[in-house]
Design a protein around this ligand. Structure first.
Ligand SMILES: NC(=O)c1ccc[n+]([C@@H]2O[C@H](COP(=O)([O-])OP(=O)(O)OC[C@H]3O[C@@H](n4cnc5c(N)ncnc54)[C@H](OP(=O)(O)O)[C@@H]3O)[C@@H](O)[C@H]2O)c1
Length: 210
């Protein structure tokens, strides 16, 4: 399989990168990023500006795509800038890869994604799910993790840290859907969907991530 990963430098993306490079089913991993990744065998790492994706690049021609792109309101600075990263960039990647022949797309969205949500973050996640659903991918998988448990981040996210502490203390009391999930498990689930390429649109809720 020729696999594309966008978001390879992120917490989930790094796990997908590690697992994909160890997976014999992945012949070649194309991971466009804005900063270079460490070189590895079978890894092609085009450096791109997501504002100006090169539509005619030959590396869009892949079998499947995993998207773990995303930002936070704090990092982005405005709702418009957040939407650019969490809606426009994944949709642009999905369009370009589909036009080049990709048949499977696996999107890391989030618990609560819904176009009619009153929460802006969840609404954008719902909207990107819906927009990509309209691109006629033979196989589309929407993976919706709860809070991610993936170790320390390079940037400071105090809200997420406090959330994780409470999520761990309350874990036995929380319904499975709301429990924190490991980034390793999310990555495994994303990769499994590219291998399965199950026809149609599939939603994987957080309690199904294993
Ligand atoms: N954090 C949580 O608890 C949580 C829970 C559920 C779902 N999610 C969702 O899961 C996905 C992955 O989360 P994560 O925690 O792994 O994210 P992350 O660590 O913040 O990584 C985000 C990725 O997106 C890229 N990115 C961000 N802004 C960009 C920009 N302006 N231009 C180009 N690339 C950009 C980053 O690249 P750079 O390294 O170049 O910045 C990185 O590869 C996201 O969609 C997130 O919303 C997160």
């Amino acid at each position: 399989m020729k696999l594309m990963l966008v978001g390879a430098s992120g917490l989930v993306g790094q796990q997908v990168l590690r697992q994909a490079l160890a997976d014999p089913a992945v012949d070649c991993l194309i991971a466009p990023t804005r900063k270079p990744l460490a070189a590895a065998a079978r890894l092609d790492n085009p450096i791109v500006d997501f504002e100006h994706l090169p539509a005619d690049a030959p590396w869009w021609s892949v079998d499947a795509v995993i998207c773990t792109l995303g930002t936070t309101m704090a990092q982005a600075g405005s709702q418009a800038a957040f939407r650019r990263v969490d809606y426009d960039y994944p949709l642009a990647v999905a369009r370009l890869a589909r036009s080049a022949g990709a048949t499977a797309f696996v999107l890391n969205t989030a618990l609560g994604a819904a176009v009619d949500s009153r929460v802006f973050y969840n609404r954008v996640k719902g909207e990107v799910e819906q927009a990509i659903s309209q691109l006629d991918y033979p196989s589309l998988t929407l993976v919706r993790p709860s809070l991610l448990d993936g170790g320390p981040r390079p940037d400071s996210r105090p809200g997420e840290g406090v959330g994780l502490v409470f999520a761990k203390i309350l874990r036995p009391l929380l319904p499975r859907r709301y429990r924190a999930v490991s980034t390793e498990a999310v990555a495994r689930t994303l990769l499994a969907a590219t291998r399965a390429q199950a026809p149609g649109i599939h939603v994987v809720e957080s309690e199904q991530i294993a």
